[in-house]
Design a protein around this ligand. Structure first.
Ligand code: NAD
Length: 351
């Protein structure tokens, strides 16, 4: 066994009602001019945070959208400067956290994250920015949130479809963490436990969105998934999701959910041990088939066609996905990628 584990994780405050600790957490960072960042239409979350922080709120920015387009990032940076912000508070899912990271990348302001979906960005130093139709991603410790507050009560109104898709996105972090070249026993334990917690809780949430036990367990899984994503390298699944999202404007979490069984099938032979752990965590015999079944049980989209991909664009997507080398257990070839995309486009059943 050989590994290097260099981890610096955010402070995590976890549990129902933990949003109440927001003022105390801001005191710990000694900040007084806070810019609240989120997505449009989530005013109840903004009001909740603003009510707790009082005159420490220096401004709000509610224009965050998926994939962080450069123009939105620029407006957010101006909002932070106008507010003379000394801290960014993201309240929302990966889109809100993505914009907070884009601000931090140029201003170096600290981020406090109050996540309200399961996509996991709050735990990572990974940033993304979409410029001229291409999504760039990178790692920079300075954009990793300082503090993360997981309050499951804030997710009661998260629609079952968003809960399921963002939750399967988190499962995708765990699957790729299990076969990452820099995995270690701790990250592998987190990834397996994350898959188990997410799969079990999401099945309850899609039926009973206000079940506090399931909401709590899903955040527990999302925390582990985000911590896995933040600690090790991702492979083909994440590369394809970024290409399809950044260049073809597909929705991020749903794209992950469609692709996951097919990238797992592609890597099944090369990552046999990882796949047996995935199957064990899902209580199935075969990882790709169990992932496919999980998607159907949760009602996530089954095909790329369903979420707006055009068949004529599959070739270009395959070209873009092979442009730069990245770690993946099975060799990455253009033909291989095209076959994944074709199967995912059709939503071909796996059994
Ligand atoms: P999202 O943040 O776009 O949210 C999806 C929808 O749910 C939005 O309409 C939002 O307003 C709504 N919503 C959020 N919280 C809600 C709540 N509590 N109640 C009701 N509605 C709510 O979705 P996401 O999947 O979390 O984030 C996707 C983005 O995150 C992508 O840009 C992706 O690249 C990024 N991401 C980044 C990382 C990373 O480590 N950098 C990891 C995962 C995802």
């Amino acid at each position: 066994m050989h590994f290097t584990y260099d981890t610096k994780q955010p402070r995590v405050v976890f549990g129902a009602g933990s949003i109440a600790s927001l003022p105390e957490e801001m005191d710990r960072l000694d900040v007084r001019h806070i810019l609240i960042v989120g997505t449009c239409g989530r005013s109840e979350l903004f009001h909740r945070a603003a009510g707790l922080l009082g005159d420490r709120v220096a401004g709000t920015f509610d224009q965050a959208v998926v994939h962080v387009p450069e123009a939105i990032a620029s407006r957010a940076i101006i909002a932070a400067a106008t507010a003379r912000a000394d801290c960014i508070l993201s309240v929302g899912g990966g889109s809100a956290i993505g914009v907070a990271k884009a601000i931090a990348l140029t201003t170096l302001l600290p981020i406090v994250a109050v996540p309200t979906t399961y996509s996991g960005s709050e735990m990572t130093p990974v940033w993304g920015l979409t410029r001229d139709g291409v999504k760039q991603t990178g790692r920079d410790a300075r954009v990793q949130p300082r503090t993360v507050i997981y309050d499951p009560e804030l997710t009661f109104d998260l629609p079952p479809s968003v809960s399921a898709a963002s939750g399967v996105n988190a499962v995708a972090h765990c699957v790729e963490a299990l076969y990452a070249p820099d995995a270690n026993p701790v990250t592998s334990w987190m990834a397996e436990e994350g898959i188990r917690a997410l799969a079990e809780s999401l099945r309850v949430i899609v039926q009973s969105p206000r079940d506090i036990e399931a909401r709590t367990r899903a955040f527990y899984g999302a925390w582990l998934a985000g911590a896995s994503l933040g600690s090790v390298q991702m492979g083909l699944q994440h590369k394809l999701a970024h290409v399809l999202g950044g260049s073809f404007d597909l929705p991020h979490a749903e794209t992950h959910a469609v692709l996951l069984p097919y990238t797992a099938a592609y890597n099944a032979v090369a990552a046999r041990d990882a796949m047996s752990i995935v199957a064990r965590a899902l209580g199935g015999a075969d990882a790709p088939a169990s992932l496919y079944d999980l998607g159907r049980a949760l009602g996530t989209p089954a095909s790329l066609a369903e979420i707006g991909m055009k068949e004529a664009d599959l070739d270009r997507a395959a070209d873009l996905a092979v442009e730069r080398a990245y770690a993946n257990p099975a060799p990455v070839t253009r033909e291989g990628i095209l076959s994944i995309l074709q199967r995912a486009f059709a939503g071909q059943p796996l059994d």
